[in-house]
Design a protein around this ligand. Structure first.
Ligand code: KG4
Length: 328
């Protein structure tokens, strides 16, 4: 069978990334140009600045990806950009560039949902992994438990009603003075602390999440007592959010009878969360988590998801628009 090469383009937030992936599973190139140093001084991503920097980076990053993959645009089978969810201006840069490439090279345009991309990061990490499975999607913009029925069909079983888990990590980091992006910094500091502080958990009848209560509790504790042990606070926060995740996963397992759990999204890089999920293997669950460098935004995962959309017959027209709140 002929090999299929997809060219993924990711620009939904503060990473400009272009990747070439073979048959949905093998990375030929995955170039990531991060804007973290640019946004660091503002304490978070500034949308307009993100868009401008994507414009500046996109051609250079694409050229580099093609060079690294040692492949020409003629050999690409489909151009597969992220078209949502994300920051609209940022999304539009990658999507418009993809449309231009698709038109100029006469190649199919196949849009990818960013969340579907995060799930697909696991197909690159584990060549043997196939749906169906349960996915715990935890990123800066989303927290969901998803029943992945096949490569292109999903059912959201539970989702956050307020903040995403990554947002809560970033906020906690900011409050205790760790800076942006906070997740990795909380992860590091928590390793020096003990989870001795009681923090609230919000429960719902279904598998929804809420992280605003625990976020506010951490903020209040810190404001009332600025001398509080920050490492213990971070460790307690991590432990509590992990318990919340696992409680909902257990409910999803009971409901669906599925025991294959796949982690996805930037927060799945968290060392405490990874360890806690690995321990679930003792309860007979199969656990998969993306390679660390594929947890956060990258175009390889988008090219992988794009491959599955492409072989499933999805084709988009040049009027494909960026959808900031695109659902699975
Ligand atoms: O998936 P991602 O790169 O972007 C979205 O698609 O939203 O996720 C970014 C989020 C940020 O909130 C960041 O702080 C968090 O992932 N993150 C982490 C870690 N690494 C990244 N959170 C906790 N522990 C980490 N090690």
């Amino acid at each position: 069978m002929k090999d299929i090469y997809t060219l993924g383009i990711e620009s939904s937030c503060d990473e400009t990334s272009v990747a070439i992936v073979k048959n949905g599973r093998e990375i030929m190139a995955n170039v990531i140009d991060t804007q973290i140093p640019i946004h660091e001084k503002y304490g978070g991503v500034v949308p307009e600045i993100a868009s401008r920097n994507h414009i500046e980076a996109i051609s250079r990053v694409t050229k580099k990806a093609l060079e690294e993959a040692k492949i020409s645009l003629e050999q690409i089978d489909a151009v597969t950009p992220t078209y949502g969810p994300g920051l609209v201006g940022a999304l539009l840069v990658g999507l418009s560039y993809a449309k231009a490439l698709s038109f100029a090279m006469n190649k199919p345009l196949v849009g990818v949902n960013h969340i579907q991309g995060h799930i697909a990061a696991n197909y690159i990490t584990y060549k043997e992994l196939e749906p169906p499975f349960l996915c715990v999607m935890m990123s800066g913009g989303n927290t969901q438990i998803i029943h992945v029925k096949n490569y292109t069909e999903f059912e959201v079983l539970g989702k956050t009603r307020d903040d995403a888990i990554g947002e809560a990590f970033d906020k906690v980091a900011r409050v205790v003075g760790l800076g942006y992006p906070g997740g990795p910094k909380v992860d590091k500091l928590a390793q020096e602390g003990e989870p001795t502080i009681d923090l609230p958990k919000t429960h719902f009848e279904n598998m929804d999440f809420s992280f605003s209560g625990i976020k506010t509790a951490v903020i209040n504790l810190h404001h009332k007592n600025p001398e509080i042990n920050k490492a213990d606070l971070c460790a307690s926060f991590e432990k509590t959010v992990t318990e919340i995740l696992i409680e909902n996963v257990n409910r999803a397992v009971q409901l669906t009878n599925m025991k294959t759990i796949v982690l996805a999204g930037g927060v799945s890089a968290n060392s405490y969360i990874r360890k806690a999920f690995i321990e679930l293997k003792q309860e007979g669950m199969e656990i998969f988590m993306p390679d660390l460098k594929l947890c956060t935004d990258n175009a390889a995962m988008i090219a992988s998801a794009g491959y599955y959309n492409y072989i499933n017959g999805k084709r988009d027209m040049l009027d494909l628009n960026a959808i900031p709140n695109l659902k699975l």
